[in-house]
Design a protein around this ligand. Sequence first.
Ligand code: NCD
Ligand code: ZN
Length: 356
Amino acid sequence: MDKLVDSIIITKPDDWHVHFRDGEMLDAVIFDTVKQFSRAIIMPNLSEPITTTNMAKNYRHRILDSLARLKKNNQISKESSFTPLMTLYLTDNTKPEEVLNAHSSGFVFAFKLYPAASTTNSTAGVSNLFENCREVLEKLQYIGMPLLIHAELPDKNIDIFDRERFFIDKIMTPLRRDFPDIKLVFEHVSTKEGVDFVMEDTGPIAATVTPQHLIYNRNSLFSGGLNPHLYCLPILKAEEHRKAILKAVFSGSARFFLGTDSAPHIRSLKENRCGCAGCYNAYNAMALYASIFDENNSLDKLEAFASFNGPDFYGLPRNRDFFVLHRKENIIPDMLEIGKIQLIPLGAGSTINWCI
Ligand code: NCD
Ligand code: ZN
């Protein structure tokens, strides 16, 4: 592709990892995702986690209602279609039958594994996967439903920068040994070891990649002062890890695809004595991805990453409509105010070369 093109047209992308939250926050953030993506995998870590197909059904209705309000207010066109792909939150007590319910519902597309106490709203997560969830894992493998993994070992004695690496040895490797055919998604991969695991694994596996793990390293967290808006989990890693993620994504491997992990927390909970983990990047996610791909002369790899590899892995059709990105220098706003909600977008105040 000509490096100096001033716009690109790609197949409409999907976001394979997003946090929509609920209530007022859902209403505040849904537009940013809908304006760029056709479908999104909706994370189930609400304050009351979405653990059953019935809960997912109700949550899906709340999302569709929020979408209907956008249409009613003419914020999106009446014809615009957006499909939320629901997920269930795995717990120590998830019944194997729930996998069958989920599968036959037609609107649940995956289970999410949060190791207990690993990240936001994960206290109800899994405390011992191999002791408590074997039958569920067997069912997932049998049915071919993906298990999405927050791949960090939540052990206070393990350095926060090493928690992904330790998780691979402690959980991913035995998981693959015992379940050779289970479909796995290594969510928001953040280390070289994570990338290598995904590249070398012998079963069905993929990884989602966020804009923040492509653009920033751990120095960015402290550049000019402590920046709470770059604090997410898994935490940003050293430059060698960012380089490894870039290399994997630009290799053209179909095992890596777009998952923003857009995780909104109101400004006062980020700029706080004990700030929440999560970056709000949905505001201009596609522009952020395009800019980092462009900087690395890899714009020609963007469409497969954003629009093909995800649906191919999930066994869903690729989108048929198109999406345009323009090369135009623009400054990311310092803050977004949506009604009473203040959010700081990823990269606030910085200049990027692409816009949506
Ligand atoms: C996410 C959130 O806030 O829900 N936070 C984050 O830092 N990424 C949870 C998660 O995906 O870990
Ligand atoms: Zn997430």
